[in-house]
Design a protein around this ligand. Sequence first.
Ligand code: BES
Ligand code: MN
Ligand code: ZN
Length: 505
Amino acid sequence: MGNMKTQLSFASLSEIKTELLAVLAVDTQTSKDRDAKPQPALLTTDPAVVAAAAQVLASGEFKAGANETLLLHAPAGLAARRLLLVGLGKQAKATVHLVRNAAGTSVRFTKPRGIKELVFSLPESLTGSPLHAMARAAVEGAFVGDFDPDTYRSDRKDQSVQSFTLAAPANADKKALEAAFAEGVIVGESQNFTRTLVNEPGNKLTPTILGERAAAMAKEVGLKSEVFSTEKLHELKMGAFWSVSQGSAEPPALIVLRYEPEGVKDGPVLGLVGKGITFDTGGISIKPSDSMEKMKYDMAGGAAMLGAMRAIALLKPRVRVIGIVCAAENMPDGKAYKPGDVVTAMSGKSIDIINTDAEGRLVLADGLTYARQLGVTHLIDAATLTGACVVALGMINAGAFANDEATYAKFEGALATSGEKFWRLPLGDEYADLIKSDIGDIKNTGGRWGGACTAAEFLKVFAEDTPWIHLDIAGLAWVEDSRPYIAKGPSGVGVRSILEWVRSF
Ligand code: BES
Ligand code: MN
Ligand code: ZN
């Protein structure tokens, strides 16, 4: 993974010499009649490709369903050695997001077969999807598809596709396509940067090491970075963040990355705050051992912020951005914080600890306050925050919350580009009532029901009057069942949407 060379070609499809040429097809059948046969049609008019695929399309063996594949060897009239048909599903529903997936599917078809080279042909046109958007999405999808999480297997064969070529129609706007293509490479690589971090086990990615990885990335792409630890937490009076960290032999890391484009001296400053729990045992309110190993991905929100910062540094939007990751390990220990403890957050609010497994909101509380102290005008946070969010939305949509309509509208706009699925969930005084404490200002859990919403209400207290978005990615940060276009494992969810949100300013 990671060494895929990418290029853009405007050559005619039939003349491209390659191991494998992938072309897209849609099902043009519009009848609602259940017995109506699918009518697959290619999204290219290249006469040689059309001729090569004609027989199999007529046979009914290939229905052009989304991510359906069919391979032909030695296609007559083509310079390519193999022709791969990839379905996009019903024509009326085909979007740029299905093109992204189809590119991933093509890569994941190619990889295990030991074929090193792939040419992916963009549709000549797709209603509602400009060519440059499809180009960017296809490159993203190719990188997403190329990632496999088996880095620690000693029998790992590196079967990465070495060369990915995007073939675009010759009459396309070459400048626009080249720019979109370059963007796709940055976004795809940044999403995989996040996935690599999320995939790391807790023993190999402590808060300190996460800080080192963030600083190395920052140096590479030209971001300012600072990584603080215990002393700084005490100095800033981050009592909430510190309480989570205090039960671990591993010191916490407060990671701060800054993107300051030249000549941008005023306007908004965006604060990206991520939960970076490198392992969540639950602490004294310890989790059951079943699936506890999954809690290595409890830093996925933080990793998403780092991936987004990487992409921001390379794409250079005209807006200042501060990325903050609050990294700690949540462990049970003689020094660990306990249920019933009262801790004082950086903002001065006292927090009544009910459950030490509700640790994410504690580290984020101080991260949000710190971001505000650094002068951010808008906040977004991402966290694998609650199991309740997974119960509510399944592993289909991640949860989104906001205290400001205009800021959320920008996020919704970002989703149209990213293709990521987020569903807005409610905040409200009735939820806030559930986290009132008899002992302190606020308690860290709100009971069994509406857990995603009470967790968000908790964070809202620390966002104060700053426009803020909260993303609960607990259900989507880890892909439980592989799909044709993405491996089982870390997904990198959030990177693309957060990036587009930033670019909307
Ligand atoms: N990291 C977990 C949430 C989580 C659950 C992430 C499943 C990914 C998959 C979080 O720290 C947690 O333990 N939340 C508790 C909160 C509860 C104690 C109020 C939960 O959701 O059970
Ligand atoms: Mn927890
Ligand atoms: Zn957690």
